[in-house]
Design a protein around this ligand. Sequence first.
Ligand code: 3PG
Length: 419
Amino acid sequence: MRFGICTLDDWDVSGRTVLCRVDINQPVDRTTGTLRSTKRIEACVPTVRELADKGARVVLLAHQGSDIEYQNYWSTEPHAEVLRRLLGREVKWIDDVCGPAAREAIQSLGEGEILLLDNVRFLAEEQTLFEKSLKLTHEQQARTLLVRKLAPLADLYVCDAFAAAHRDQPSLCGFEQVLPSAMGRLFEEEYCVISGLMEQPERPCVFVLGGAKVSDAFLMMSSVLEKGAADTILTGGLVGNILLAARGESIGAGSLAFIEKSGYSGLIDTARDLLARYGEKICLPVDGAWAENGRRTEAPLGSIPPEVSLTDIGAATAARYQEIIRGARTVFVNGPMGVFEQADTELGTSRVWDALGDTAAYTVVGGGDSITATAKYGKTAQIDYICTGGGALIRFLTGEELPVVRALRQAAEKWGAGQ
Ligand code: 3PG
């Protein structure tokens, strides 16, 4: 037991059916349907291997989102193929989550066999929009279809999805109500490293927030600033664009249309409020970049052409961010500075990652896209800790108890350890 949560050392899994929730949500190349990174899949291998080696019947539950949050869900079939390769053993896959086909496949699993179910977010009750609108308690989550159909087939629930520990959804918080539960090895490691680090982060402590998953970013920005966890926040990506719009800067009609199309117009008011309260701690881009006729084009704020869509920070912003990162003692990063997958809009991200590579600060990078960027710019060896969680990491840093941690602790109180 660690942190009041059972670990894999507390339960004998041999011959038992274990429902194991992993986070193997990866960036997907939408044109080819293939995974652009396999880092999160690699990270859950120790837990899956340990369970199978100990003779458990392993049922993996996972979600797969898309680059833009809450849209375009993909199947987990490509993930099964990657797992097979990494584990060097068979991983069954079924295009069902908790229907009759999935249940039959679970019941016919032998000891040491592994089955990956399809994307749990094909069920409405697993979607974040559903979570945020209905706010089911953990007891209510235990009565959802997923938990009612799968829990009776299982002996133990294991959560290895630290990267999704900030989500309050049935596959993450419902099973703990009805099954003895434990955290997996990856969850244990990430939770342990990050809590140790947060006891006393060396100052100045700088957060770098970018990417396209902005609703979490705004919630977290406000919380880390209020609690004093961050001394400075550097912003880029869609987060930066929304803040610039809130300050009344002209960021191009394309950028505004993208914010609107993604359903984030309401965040402009949130951003305005945030700037009014903590403006001196939030760094906004001073210039922006976009692709025009296949070429990178940049302009300082005030001279951004009216029709463009900003997809990177400019070189002057990148230089300023590099200086701040090099002068920091602790740096947490979640999200790239722009569309770094394309050569003409990767400069901001690549320069920020250069600074992460050579700063003396303790550096922590979290989240799917940030991990992909770390690999792309060859900085894996220079970053002090790479966490699979992006949103979960930042939410953890706000000091809030994560929903999954709360559920796992309650399960430990209810069932104790070991049976
Ligand atoms: C993440 O990528 O941060 C986790 O996998 C959680 O994904 P979500 O934001 O789609 O819930």
